[in-house]
Ligand binder design. Sequence first.
Ligand code: GLV
Length: 330
Amino acid sequence: MKKPKVFVARILPEEGLNRVFEVCDAEVWQEDAPPPRDVLLEKVRGVDGLLSLLTDRIDGELLDAAGPNLKIVSNFAVGYDNIDVPAATERGVLVGNTPGVLTETTADLAFALLMAAARRLPEGMDFVRAGRWKTFQPTLLLGRDVYGASLGIVGMGQIGRALAKRAAGFDMKILYYDPFAPADSSLPAGAIRCATLDELLRRSDFVSLHVTLGPETRHLIDARALESMKPTAILINASRGPVVDPDALYEALQKGGIAGAALDVTEPEPLPAGHRLLTLRNCLVVPHIGSATYATRTRMAVMAAENLLAGVTGRVPPHPVNPEVLPRRR
Ligand code: GLV
């Protein structure tokens, strides 16, 4: 029997790729940079399945270029703001994602960013590397206490809750804002629900963002929001870059409107080396590594492969984003 034809848009941990090769006639994009748009449009022509990354824009044009054989787009990410899901649903194409397996790893990174910014770790490393460490100085690199401080979590989904568990271990006072979060037993005891984002921003020493990106969250943290924050506060973003307005953030950091920021995601992404945010000593940036551990990236690759294989062989994918397509596929 003819093997399903698939395109895999980047090299993934081999446990995932091996599964794909067992079942499919697969082409894997070999470069570190994403396939350019025109190349991607060409590569997907006639495929049964596409394994995409968050850097690949999947829209109506691309789905049409793939053509009627396409059954599934399996995204190697929990977020899928790079995919026009209604356009896929309209064409009877399944979309899969990788929820759950990266929750704890991403919460670890968000807490690491919080700690690193609070205690100015990158500045400390720069100081030592530059040969400026001459003696113990009572006022050198003073930071902010994490223990007992207040943490405002914007978006109390799985990752927000996992972060709250870590913060509870530091006796942090947990505030959260999420109009959709059910009040259930996975919230740490004593977590305070804020009625508005503004209330959370005003009360928090640290603000950590865990919302999905959509029209209602694009530039959610704008100049007005930043003005509501304490001048001593630190902003952490491990969600999606465009949730924060980068120009407003630059102004706030530069003028002392807030004390610092720690970003795993940026707008634009990647952030060019000459970007003005990188000139600020109080802005820590890492290159979208929230889920980047050996174990988690392997779990994501296996889950993305399982979604892909189920989709191309007519089975129900373990994690469909648009399951309403399934009855139409039978
Ligand atoms: C990473 O950002 C993801 O959505 O998995």
